[in-house]
Design a protein around this ligand. Sequence first.
Ligand code: BEZ
Length: 212
Amino acid sequence: MSLRLGDIAPDFTAQSTEGEINFYDFIADGWAVLFSHPADFTPVCTTELGRTALLKHEFEKRNVKVLAVSVDPLDKHMLWKKDINETQNCTVDFPIIADENKVVAGFYDMIHPNSSETFTVRSLFIIGPDKKLKLSLTYPASTGRNFMEVLRVIDSLQMTAKHSVATPADWKQGDDVIVVPAVSTEDAIKKFSKGVNIIKPYLRYTPQPDKD
Ligand code: BEZ
């Protein structure tokens, strides 16, 4: 069965380009992005892994560990990594899991047989420090993912985990955020010292609480 938001993300131990990895040990008490791609030595996947490597410092700043996975073998991953570094002008130093036996793909339902019987689709999971699934997305092989969007969601998840707010459509760092419905307007005015802008009783904005 597929994983749903709030489910515990399955732990696993697997071979990777960075050695044997135990997922829970690797992510420790931080956040994780686990993402699959269809196959090594393919163009879209090459750009995705390159982009992820170039955003290394952005993931680190947010205490996020990144792991890629496909069903290709380790020796193929190792050779492809050189190509990614060369063509995308980056250094891939996050683990690429060699899931030849499709164990991780099975746990995370990354193979969608009506798309491909054998290859993983472009699945992406964000997992929180409590090891629970916070976001999942699935893209087809023909469409590369937007990793700035992944960072944007992480920012929203990390802020909304700490404050009683939600983020509106197209929210980005520095924009006003929404007071969650569970907080009364009376309490919101006390709680959010930067002010509350009441558009409707259910639509209330406040400046981003974790920004100076
Ligand atoms: C790619 O990464 O370019 C790709 C992989 C599988 C099917 C189509 C495209």
